[in-house]
Design a protein around this ligand. Structure first.
Ligand SMILES: *Cc1c(COP(=O)(O)O)cnc(C)c1O
Length: 396
């Protein structure tokens, strides 16, 4: 496959990518090195919560890069304190540990739960997770994940994870044993194709874990920071988890993640946890700028309203093409096409300069910037309509 003059060959192969090379971005639009513009409903995998190169993000980067970039995690810095304060004052949690990726934040959650189990639950260490869940790509995060394609990859897995089905409280109950320390889930399974954990399931899980003295961990790497129309998705269910992880949208595009916990659970001792880049003021300043933007009056209401509009438009598209259904919350939305044509539709959409993601063979996922406009949604629907038409014609 690789030609001697292949301009991409210096990058390690990890996945098939189109030959397009992006050089610029603004809001919902990307531009390649030929000057072609693309409408972006992937946004770096729900990462650019405010769109590409939002002024608040750019300004935080410019200003902070001239003040202080990294004094080392052995010392406090003002931006980490500022962002941690923003997170704890707008959630049910008390303390924050910053990380550089969602997987790393989840590793921190596993460690915190295991430490808590060692101290308070006779050494219990097992964490119940869900089939089809996605918690990241470190070995432990892959072991926690319920992605079927990963079952035999990079063996042996890290032990200590037991899987059950989503929205099945009896299955969770049956999976609990003397070694169980926690239950961990995504409030909405993003990579699985936007499968929503019912509010009643989350409430039952909270009740069950409290009764059995287990920790409840929510992985909000994809759902956090306004993505679902609330600041955090657990808030839809009116519960208070013990531990939450954040990533993706909190950095507005820069690598930033967080492990967040209730005071009672914060049991790390000196030397248990750390990381060279963790909580550096450059990315923390960006995180604080993102949070302040998302927390501004009316922003979350706008996300909810835009989410309704997106779902409405997708529902109409579904009717036009006899697709199965639309699901999701806020601006994390998926269409189940009912046929395994999602990758083909995404490919055709890309040819027509629209970026959408196909997380499952029959599912398309939409995770636009939280400030996407109705006009951009309309433009997306127009391109998608064409792509669906073409791929159905090819299929029949
Ligand atoms: C993307 C994602 C992760 C992994 O985050 P990385 O920054 O890629 O390590 C973990 N959990 C969920 C729910 C995610 O969507």
């Amino acid at each position: 496959m690789i030609q001697p003059d292949d301009p991409y060959r210096s990058l390690m192969f990890i996945t098939h990518r189109p030959p397009t090379v992006f050089v610029r971005g603004q809001g919902s639009w990307l531009e390649d090195d030929q000057g072609q513009r693309y409408l972006d409903f992937i946004q770096g995998w729900a990462v650019n919560s405010l769109g590409h190169c939002h002024p608040a993000v750019v300004e935080a980067l410019c200003q902070q890069s001239q003040r202080l970039i990294n004094p080392s995690p052995a010392f406090y810095n003002d931006q980490a304190l500022r962002l941690a304060q923003l997170i704890v004052s707008h959630s049910c949690f008390d303390r924050v540990f910053f990380a550089n990726s969602g997987a790393e934040a989840n590793e921190g959650a596993f460690k915190l739960a295991r430490k808590w189990g060692a101290l308070h639950c006779n050494g219990a260490y097992e964490i119940i997770t869900l089939h089809h869940s996605f918690h990241g790509r470190t070995l432990a995060a892959m072991s926690a994940s319920g992605k079927p394609q990963w079952e035999t990859l990079f063996e042996p897995k890290v032990p200590g994870f037991r899987k059950v089905d989503i929205n099945d409280i009896d299955a969770v109950q049956r999976a609990i044993n003397d070694h169980t320390v926690a239950v961990m889930l995504e409030p909405i399974q993003g990579e699985a194709g936007v499968i929503v954990a019912e509010n009643s399931f989350l409430a039952d899980l909270r009740e069950l874990t409290r009764r059995r003295r287990l920790l409840l961990i929510v992985d909000e790497v994809q759902t956090g920071i306004g993505r679902t129309g609330r600041l955090f998705a657990y808030q839809h269910a009116n519960i208070e988890p013990d531990i939450m992880t954040l990533g993706k949208g909190i950095g507005g595009g820069v690598p930033l993640a967080a492990l967040v916990a209730k005071e009672e659970v914060c049991c790390f001792e000196a030397g248990d946890q750390g990381g060279t880049f963790n909580g550096n003021p450059l990315v923390a300043a960006v995180g604080a700028a993102v949070m302040e933007t998302v927390l501004a009056a009316g922003f979350l209401a706008q996300v909810e309203q835009t989410g309704h509009y997106l779902m409405q438009q997708l529902q109409q598209l579904c009717q036009r093409h006899s697709f199965q259904l639309v699901r999701g919350r806020g601006l994390l939305v998926a269409v189940d096409l009912g046929h395994e044509i999602a990758a083909e539709v995404a490919r055709l959409a890309f040819e027509n300069h629209l970026l959408v993601n196909a997380p499952r063979p029959s599912v398309l996922r939409f995770m636009p910037a939280l400030n996407v406009t109705h006009d951009e949604i309309d433009q997306m629907i127009t391109i998608l309509d064409d792509a669906c038409q073409q791929s159905m014609a090819l299929a029949s």
